[in-house]
Design a protein around this ligand. Structure first.
Ligand SMILES: C[S@@+](CC[C@H](N)C(=O)[O-])C[C@H]1O[C@@H](n2cnc3c(N)ncnc32)[C@H](O)[C@@H]1O
Length: 337
């Protein structure tokens, strides 16, 4: 069946890489956890494919209002949980769902969130400079209006990988002395004035700074590390972990986690200190990340940069690991407060 037959391109959010995930999990049964419920594309597909129960977590309260239109179709097979996937082990245990047979994470923002100008995620639309998925806590405006220049520069460099971070941070600080940032377009103008005009085919100059702010506002990379650790705790033997990421900072963390936890750390050089031999807790499924097919990219251009990585839980005890060894950039979010 083609993608166009299974999903409408006018849906609020088109699930990414759903077909390859379902190909691996089928036949599906037991207790599954969807840590990034969104528009419910993965959750519905898993319930329709035969999962007994799906524990569906999201930090954005709006998604549950939208789900009211259809959630009743699944009765008590669908458990909706407001929270963060960084705590998925506790949330699943409290809901009576552990050990789990599978955990799926589709990291990042949904199309609904990007497309709503008043959420402040998009540099293509004018709106309040907000970017909070959970709709509480520090906003992107709070960060650009209060952080020290050197902290802003480090943030844009480490979370946005923008080599012109110092110039952008300096211009933000000069602009806010004249008038505080309130809207996305105010920030876009300052970034555009800081960087050369993009050549055809290059990304928008605001892409990296917006990515950095979004990651900081939502502690996205800290959540990812915590979510992987929590999945290790909550999955039963044979349980599947499936993670879809959208940029290199996220994929690096998932790749290193699966390599390290499956005993496949790349060999260092002979001068590097010998890494301690850890007991493997996962077996990786496939050596490489799975990307979207040409058909999926044509149908849903937002899938272009998506990568899926998979691993299966072994029966060994969960262990400890260092988030920095997993590729978490060394940026202390406390510096923003
Ligand atoms: C890319 S969308 C998921 C779309 C979903 N797979 C579907 O098919 O509709 C990501 C969702 O995860 C949520 N989210 C992101 N980070 C989260 C976190 N740390 N904890 C809980 N929810 C999170 C966002 O609010 C958003 O609704």
């Amino acid at each position: 069946m083609s993608l166009a037959q299974t999903h409408s391109s006018s849906a609020p959010h088109i699930p990414v890489l759903l077909t390859p995930i379902l190909d691996v999990v089928k036949p599906i049964s037991g207790r599954w956890l969807d840590g990034t419920f969104g528009a419910g594309g993965y959750t519905r597909a898993m319930l329709d494919a035969g999962a007994d129960t799906v524990y569906a977590i999201d930090r954005d309260p709006e998604v549950f209002e939208r789900a009211q239109a259809w959630a009743g179709e699944y009765g008590d097979r669908l458990k909706l949980i407001k929270g963060t996937f960084g705590n998925l082990d506790t949330l699943a245990a409290d809901a009576g769902g552990t050990p789990l047979d599978g955990v799926v994470l589709d990291i990042g923002v949904s199309s609904m969130q990007i497309d709503q100008a008043d959420r402040g995620f998009s540099f293509m639309q004018d709106g309040p400079l907000d970017m909070r998925m959970g709709q509480s806590g520090m906003t992107a405006a709070d960060i650009v209006n209060t952080a020290d220049e050197s902290v802003l520069a480090d943030l844009i460099y480490l979370y946005g990988e923008d080599r012109k971070s110092r110039r952008i941070a300096g211009n933000i600080v000069r602009a806010r002395a004249v008038s505080k940032f309130e809207s996305t377009f105010q920030l876009v103008k300052v970034i555009e004035a800081s960087l050369p005009r993009p050549k055809p085919g290059q990304t928008h100059p605001a892409t990296r700074t917006f990515q950095a702010l979004r990651i900081a506002v939502n502690d996205e990379l800290g959540q990812l590390v915590d979510g992987l650790r929590a999945a290790e705790n909550a999955l039963g033997e044979g349980g599947l972990l499936a993670v879809v990421t959208f940029h290199s900072l996220e994929d690096r963390i998932v790749k290193r986690f699966i390599q390290a936890r499956s005993g496949n750390n790349p060999k260092g050089n002979r001068y590097a200190p010998e890494a301690a031999e850890e007991t493997a807790t996962f077996e990786r499924v496939g050596r490489k990340a799975i990307g979207p097919s040409d058909e999926e990219i044509e149908f849903n251009p937002r899938a272009r940069s998506a990568k899926l990585r998979l691993a299966r839980r072994l029966g060994t005890d969960a262990g400890e690991f260092s988030p920095y060894e997993m590729g978490l950039p060394k940026f202390d979010l406390e510096r923003l407060i």
